[in-house]
Write a protein that binds this ligand. Sequence first.
Ligand code: B4P
Length: 182
Amino acid sequence: MKNRILFLGPPGAGKGTQAALLCQKHGLLHLSTGDLLRAEVAASSPLGKEAAEVMNKGELVSDALVLSIVEKRLSGYNDGWLLDGFPRTLVQAVALEALLENIHQPIDAVLLIEVMDDLLIKRLLSRGRSDDNETVIRHRLEVYKEKTSPLVDHYKKHGLLKTIRGDGGIEAIASRIQENLS
Ligand code: B4P
């Protein structure tokens, strides 16, 4: 099975949900930049204070800050991993490629989880995190379209992209993902 994986997709596509299932099943390191940032916020660290305001507005945290978090976790790690919600900009993608080249760990697969906007909004409103009110969600979707969706073409050109339908039940989506990683 492919075991160096990126999950791409709009907010609420279920990246975190599916990443947790897949990593538990196959013993992969689950690196969610969203979770790591929320842990910094909860700890009121200087980094968390910087991130909280940005996240609650639905903006992206600075590339430099996110890159420092990922670099710390991935360097020296030699087993399989899944990056969930990272990269989210082309700058992050290019920096990740340089990091992975240095540690001789190329990406095996990029999975794009696709879900219609109406369903994303419905899911996020029922999740109810502090950045999950309708105005902020709509802004996050715009930010996704502007800053993250260019990564779809980027990874298509590298021959790494697989697209997964993200509607339906959690188990059905997990099976679609599994089929694309064998
Ligand atoms: P993330 O934490 O990455 O979260 P997300 O994109 O909102 O959600 P995800 O797709 O993981 O959906 P989930 O499984 O939870 O980002 C949050 C913020 O952190 C960003 O806005 C940004 O500010 C910052 N950030 C993170 N990474 C960054 C980066 N690299 N650079 C800069 N900033 C960064 O699912 C959503 C809901 O749907 C859940 O309630 C779940 O239970 C439900 N659900 C999932 N699958 C379902 C299904 N099949 N059916 C019904 N409900 C389902």
